[in-house]
Design a protein around this ligand. Structure first.
Ligand code: IPE
Ligand code: IPE
Ligand code: MG
Length: 246
């Protein structure tokens, strides 16, 4: 943190307002150690805690992580169960620390398919988040980019039919039907774990995100690697389709 904060003070670095991360590589991390895949997920949850705290400390405003996709249900039942249990424990603990640290947290995804205890915790985190300003962690759970766009289209169509929405909706207007309504698009999208694909994450929102791919497996992902991603982000020339000034 020292290095990045020093650079910030020197005016030498821009901290992305919104960082998105695909939490990948837990299974391979465990396999390398001869451990069950579930041990990789537990280690990955610890990494998330560390990276979220670090992001808050260096002035990132939004951190969005991909924790469980709409496609991840196809994994063995035991693995799905253990991921859900970890999420349950994580949210249970997070509820206490959110209050203490004034952290906002939002779950993005189709929560209707989740267990009653997870749904109750999600409701509680939403209620707490409404009371604070500042750093926000978004956890994508039973999330799919296509599913998100489809549910947005259906809700818009229903509003249109009921006369609650205009026929010439804008991009900004349509964004308000996304799970991510009110959250600015990610500036920096990070995928650890070595794969170079988007795997159905934030398809609508990442139109102009900068991508950073890392071979580091998520449980090994440290603040030094995040610093490297931010440094690389600072070397990018974001043009948004325009031309560079000067
Ligand atoms: C990411 O790690 C966690 C989830 C997708 C839930 P993986 O479980 O995909 O780990 P690898 O890619 O098999 O190493
Ligand atoms: C993406 O990782 C989903 C999450 C990290 C939650 P996957 O491991 O599921 O993606 P693929 O299968 O490598 O594309
Ligand atoms: Mg994976």
């Amino acid at each position: 943190m020292a290095a990045i904060n020093q650079l910030k003070e020197d005016g030498g670095i821009i901290i992305p307002r919104h960082i998105a991360i695909i939490l990948d590589g837990n299974g391979r991390w465990a396999k390398k150690r001869g451990l069950p895949r579930t041990a990789g997920h537990a280690a990955g949850a610890e990494t998330f805690r560390k990276i979220a705290t670090y992001c808050k400390n260096i002035g990132v405003q939004y951190l969005t992580v991909y924790a469980f996709s709409t496609e991840n249900w196809s994994r063995p039942e035991e693995e799905v169960k253990s991921i859900m249990k970890l999420l349950d424990n994580y949210l249970h603990e997070a509820i206490a620390t959110m209050e203490r640290d004034h952290i906002r947290m939002k779950i993005l995804g189709d929560v209707s398919a989740l267990s009653p205890s997870l749904r109750a915790e999600i409701e509680e985190t939403n209620e707490i988040s409404g009371r604070y300003e500042g750093f926000q962690a978004n956890i994508c759970l039973n999330y799919g980019g296509r599913a998100e766009i489809l549910q947005a289209a259906k809700r818009y169509a229903a509003d249109l039919a009921a006369g609650r929405a205009s026929g010439d909706i804008t991009e900004a207007g349509f964004s308000s039907y996304m799970y991510s309504a009110g959250i600015p698009d990610p500036d920096l999208m990070i995928r650890p774990g070595g794969e170079k694909r988007i795997s159905n994450f934030l398809l609508w929102q990442c139109a102009y995100s900068e991508f950073y791919f890392s071979d580091v497996l998520w449980p090994d992902f440290g603040t030094d690697e995040l610093d490297r991603a931010i440094a690389e982000f600072n070397r990018r020339d974001r043009r948004f389709g325009g031309v560079k000034n000067g």
